[in-house]
Design a protein around this ligand. Structure first.
Ligand code: PAF
Length: 287
């Protein structure tokens, strides 16, 4: 059975009217922000939101401020009709698809900067990225005002940045991380996988394999710096390059592990380029 067409809100006012009506009726509202080009990973987040709420909103907004000049903002895949059909099938109740001018009115001047957790890893490789993410996510959460918001663990540093800003700014929402969805060969699903050539797609699962191997070595007592270096070598040998990072970090604030740190609370994160595509992935060291 095909799902009925999904209602869409294009303005903050239309979004607030619908969410306000649901709340007035005593319903819990869940929210899944996305940039569209949806795949099974996003749909799993919508389904997770559905288990925690009576109504689910999903936003599709390709946020220009989280792309640096020269990154893939223009090329980022866009297919609103396809996304809407997938969202309806996953149990979403409302698509929020604002325009760039609705989100960033003339004179827009505010940036949300999350110090600390935004700074290492992707913060070094993409210096303006997390300010763009933190600003748009703050706006989206204030616009929708959901009870619960779901973000993917695939973008683990982003998830920790969002947890930090929600706590720091007293935004009344429960943030939930949804597990990474993988292809059968282990590659984490990502809208950017569409950029991979056939040859690159065959190599791409090595990123996940290297992290699985690294976590096994850490659990066997391997030293963090040695294991990180081995994983980076595995990636380089498979054809990845440059490898931006393979690092074991505290799973909460993403600081480096000190001598007394507990590996049970650590996460290994990696980012590396394969041809023109930059892939990221991460795993709990002890899951
Ligand atoms: O993860 C994403 O798709 C984006 O970074 C987000 C959270 C929707 C903000 O634009």
């Amino acid at each position: 059975m095909t799902a009925p067409p999904l209602p869409a809100a294009r303005t903050v006012e239309a979004l607030r009217n619908q969410v306000g009506a649901w709340k007035a009726a005593g319903l819990r509202v869940g929210f899944t922000p996305t940039m569209g080009a949806l795949h099974e990973g996003h749909l799993s987040l919508v389904r997770l939101a559905r288990t925690r709420a009576d109504r689910v909103v999903a936003s599709v907004f390709v946020n220009p401020t989280q792309f640096a000049p020269g990154e893939d903002f223009e090329a980022y895949p866009r297919d609103e009709a396809g996304d809407a059909a997938l969202l309806a099938g996953a149990g979403c109740d409302l698509l929020y698809a604002p325009t760039v001018s609705e989100m960033y009115a003339p004179g827009f001047s505010t940036t949300v900067n999350v110090a600390g957790v935004s700074e290492p890893l992707d913060g070094l490789a993409r210096p303006t990225h997390f300010a763009g993410v933190a600003t748009v996510v703050t706006k989206l959460l204030l616009q929708c005002a959901p009870h619960v918001a779901v973000f993917g663990e695939k973008d683990y540093q982003q998830l920790q940045v969002i947890r930090r800003l929600v706590a720091d700014l007293d935004i009344p929402v429960e943030v939930i991380g949804g597990p990474t969805v993988r292809a059968p060969d282990g590659l984490a699903l990502s809208s950017r996988n569409a950029y991979l050539t056939e040859t690159e797609r065959a190599v791409a699962p090595v990123l996940h394999q290297a992290l699985v191997q690294a976590t096994a070595r850490l659990r066997q007592g391997g030293s963090v710096s040695h294991v990180e270096a081995q994983a980076a070598e595995t990636l380089a040998a498979a054809g990845f390059g440059p490898v931006d990072y393979v690092e074991v970090r505290d799973a909460g604030d993403l600081t480096r592990l000190g001598p007394g740190s507990v590996l049970g609370e650590a996460r290994i994160l990696a980012a590396a380029r394969l041809g023109k595509t930059r892939l990221i992935d991460n795993l709990a060291v002890w899951s």
